[in-house]
Design a protein around this ligand. Structure first.
Ligand code: DQA
Length: 143
């Protein structure tokens, strides 16, 4: 199965960005965790990150066309981007929404997700393990 792991704005700065909230593991460690777990599970995993909304929309359109499963950390777009949600609504494979931090334990504006109502499942607060668990689920999922 093909899985696109897509990361939104500021996630490329992991390891340096608010380490008390997001931990000290870098974006390179996130990529390595997904690639290693994907290889163990026999998945074809592509990991991408962008700070540009139009580029994320392009990644999601591509996933819709290929039927790839998507693991998405929409970062700040989670909370306000109707365009990212609309692109997610076009997906033909399963969609797992992942957040490194427990968004529900943080500011009120992070308690709302425009993505969760259309996601297959949601994982938050488990750091990089959230990505590993999402991939594990997709490998075991029948369709
Ligand atoms: C995040 C949580 C979002 O609220 C925030 O804007 C991010 C990262 C997370 O992974 O915990 O950029 O998606």
């Amino acid at each position: 199965r093909r899985v696109d792991v897509l990361n939104g704005p500021n996630l490329g700065r992991l390891g340096h960005r608010e380490p008390d909230v997001y931990g000290t593991e870098t974006y390179a460690a996130l990529v390595a965790a997904c690639e290693t777990t994907g290889a163990e599970l026999g998945l074809s995993v592509t990991v991408r990150q962008t700070d540009a909304e139009h580029e994320m929309l392009g990644f999601l359109h591509e996933a819709a066309d290929t039927g790839a499963a998507v693991v998405l950390n929409p970062a700040a777009w989670t909370h306000y981007s109707v365009a990212v949600r609309d692109a997610c609504a076009m997906l033909t494979g399963p969609l797992i929404e992942v957040h490194l931090s427990n968004v529900h334990a943080r500011e009120a504006f992070r308690h709302t997700s425009l993505i969760s109502p259309i996601a297959t499942g949601v994982i938050c607060g488990l750091g990089l393990d959230g990505y590993r668990l999402a991939l594990r689920h997709l490998a075991a999922r029948p369709s």
